[in-house]
Design a protein around this ligand. Structure first.
Ligand code: DC
Length: 234
């Protein structure tokens, strides 16, 4: 284990649009390093679900910010490695928040500055020894600008839509490539053009294009980056 003071607890941020392999890479890193894991997208997804359950509209900024401040969400260890259950108001919502609809709803509440501010301290609280892997859109730019290693994953829109289609089909959920591509393009546009913490690489991020790389090649590349940046890790 790395022996460091609190402020030196290492952080690896993994940002990028959906379908670039962030989830897979983060669970690989979390299992390998045995560090804490922040799935920041899950927070926005849970908030959108909680708002829907309470009949709060996407444009009611005050109600959404209040809800974000008081959100009763918990990430419970659900098994080996990085598996967690997401619990909202004592109900497991792990699968409910993984749908395309939930992703889009999250992207609609995410531009609200007061919402982002309300979720900030919750995200920072994940920064604990022995280290943190943080997955999102603004992990390296806004939430953890001090991160030890910032990775920005990218891939062509076409490749990302194909991957998402496969993920959904593997789960037995029907979808078609054209609708998925349109949804992904719309979500990317909204996430990258919003004024508050838009999706973009940090200036000191390492950009990894995964369009033509299999997951093993991406894992190898990122493991090398980690070992180079944090020599204590072998
Ligand atoms: O990573 P994800 O697909 O679970 O994220 C869902 C949405 O949440 C994403 O489209 C935008 C928003 N989000 C955000 O604004 N900032 C983050 N750090 C993570 C997600």
């Amino acid at each position: 284990m790395i022996n460091v003071s609190e402020s030196e607890v290492p952080i690896i941020t993994v940002d990028g649009p959906s379908g670039t392999g962030k989830g897979t890479i983060c669970s690989y890193l979390t299992d390998w390093l045995q560090w804490n894991f922040l799935d920041s997208g899950a927070l926005y997804r849970v908030l959108a679900l909680a708002a829907k359950n309470r009949g709060i509209n996407n444009d009611d900024e005050v109600a959404l910010a209040t809800l974000a401040e008081n959100l009763n969400v918990e990430f419970r260890i659900a098994g080996a490695g990085s598996l967690v259950n997401v619990v909202l108001d004592d109900k497991v919502v792990t699968d409910d928040i993984r749908t395309e609809e939930a992703g889009n709803a999250a992207s609609l509440v995410a531009p609200i500055i007061a919402v982002r501010e309300a979720l900030l301290s919750r995200q920072k609280a994940f920064h604990k020894a022995p280290g943190l892997v943080a997955d999102g859109r603004d992990m390296g730019t806004v939430v953890f600008p001090q991160a030890t290693l910032k990775i920005y994953l990218t891939a062509s829109a076409e490749e990302r839509a194909k991957r998402r289609l496969k993920q959904l089909m593997d789960k037995g959920i029907s979808a078609n490539l054209r609708d998925l591509s349109a949804d992904i393009a719309e979500r990317d546009e909204r996430d990258s053009t919003r004024a508050a913490s838009p999706l973009k690489p940090a200036e000191d991020a390492v950009i990894v294009d995964t369009s033509s790389l299999g997951i093993d090649a991406v894992v190898e590349k990122i493991s090398d980056l980690v070992k180079k940046r944090i020599p204590e890790i072998k």
